[in-house]
Design a protein around this ligand. Structure first.
Ligand SMILES: *Cc1c(COP(=O)(O)O)cnc(C)c1O
Length: 399
């Protein structure tokens, strides 16, 4: 494929299927409706490449985007994207000018933040819409429940600012355990109380949002006016429990990212030989051992070997033959596999009837798919593909 040319020198790349993003956005917009869908593309789109994901999500029905940092929002503007972009934390005072210049929507939760934005907004051609965040139990950032009225009043009174939304963030939405469900309900109850208090004070929030992917899927009461979906947009469930729920409901999300490489070297080794650092695993039988040019500097955790990690070669699951090194892995392709230099290796994705998901890595490594996806390093080129043709059989919605 011509589009892999750029990746050829490296021999490892990540394919980003924008048709899958569009599909997932359509599914999530459908689940959330009438609430709006905000596509969360922080951390370079969870490692997928933010501009491509943002465009596809907007095509699929998202109307908002969200990022963690002002510079991430500015990068979307530089890529020509003009949809509303919410910055999910209060920017430091020195970032407010850039925020205003890029027409981003800030989250605020301190009076210092309001003042800094007010100064920067003097340069703005139009009032800057502000989303005020309240901490209802996540305890990371956000105004205390008792301080919200002060912050919202300051926004209302500041020339050049308008109060556009009130929002909060759920701490355990991905868990369906009884106690965690109760905590989510309690967060939503506190949030409703704050909204009511603002309305009673004559400053009703024009818009309210609370749900991440798990909230949007598993807690209908959290959908409110907008849902902020990240992980589900990338085709991964926020947790195994929510994944189970999605399957039961027949909601099919498609993985967006495939992590692939090409075999760079092949040799035959005898049973008992132990490839790679530390000579950790004697080959159980004579084997073809393939070297693949991808390592822990690319996001293949060194622990992937310890937890019995496998990759797909020739449509079969093959175990790592030894320790993951910085730039390369070695794969035990078995006694009589016809493996050759240049053969495709799949680390995440599908090959023939087999597939490996970021969630499978996460389960084996004791982490979450978010960390696996964000961990794929900058040295791995992202190759955008559009698999609309086979992609939309399941969804039935054409391009
Ligand atoms: C990252 C983030 C999201 C998206 O979370 P997912 O679980 O990936 O859907 C939503 N809201 C906030 C505040 C976030 O930081």
């Amino acid at each position: 494929m011509g589009e892999r040319e750029g990746a050829a020198g490296r021999g490892a790349w990540a394919e980003i299927d924008v048709a899958a993003v569009r599909h997932n956005a359509r599914v999530l917009a459908g689940v959330a409706a009438p609430a709006r869908l905000c596509a969360v593309v922080k951390a370079d789109g969870y490692g997928h490449g933010a501009p491509a994901v943002a465009r596809a999500a907007l095509d699929g029905g998202a109307t908002w985007l969200a990022v963690a940092l002002v510079e991430e929002g500015a990068a979307l503007r530089a890529a020509g994207i003009d949809a509303p972009v919410l910055v999910l934390s209060e920017p430091p005072p020195e970032a407010m000018d850039e925020l205003v210049a890029a027409s981003l929507t800030p989250t605020l939760y301190s009076l210092e933040g309001v003042r800094a934005l007010e100064d920067a907004a003097r340069l703005a051609p139009a009032p800057v819409g502000v989303h005020v965040k309240v901490d209802t139990g996540m305890h990371r950032v956000g105004a205390d429940v008792d301080d919200v009225l002060k912050v919202v009043s300051a926004v209302r009174d500041a020339p050049g600012l308008t109060f556009e939304a009130l929002w909060t963030h759920l701490a355990v939405a991905e868990s369906l355990e009884e106690a965690d469900r109760a905590y989510t309900a309690e967060q939503l109850r506190r949030f409703a109380e704050v909204r009511d208090a603002l309305a009673a004070a004559g400053i009703p929030a024009p818009m309210a949002h609370a749900a991440n992917s798990a909230g949007a899927v598993a807690h209908p009461a959290a959908r409110l006016d907008m849902v902020r979906c990240g992980i589900a947009l990338y085709g991964e469930a926020p947790s195994p429990a929510v994944g189970e729920m999605l399957r039961a409901a027949g909601v099919g999300l498609r993985p967006v990212l495939a992590f692939k490489a090409r075999v760079s070297f092949v040799r035959r080794l005898r049973a008992g030989e132990s490839p790679s650092y530390g000579r950790r695993r004697p080959l159980p039988a004579d084997a073809t051992v393939a070297t693949v040019p991808v390592g822990y500097a690319d996001g293949v955790p060194r622990r992937w070997f310890d937890v019995g990690g496998t990759v797909l070669v020739g449509g079969r699951r093959c175990p790592l033959a030894g320790t993951v090194t910085m730039d390369q892995i070695v794969v035990d392709c078995g006694p009589d596999a016809p493996v050759a230099v240049g053969d495709e290796v799949v680390l995440i994705g599908r090959q023939g009837a087999e597939s490996l998901a970021a969630g499978d890595w996460a389960d084996a490594l004791g982490t979450i798919s978010y960390e696996v996806l964000c961990g794929i390093g900058p040295r791995v080129p992202r190759v955008v593909v559009d698999r609309e043709a086979d992609g939309d059989r399941a969804g039935g919605a054409g391009a």
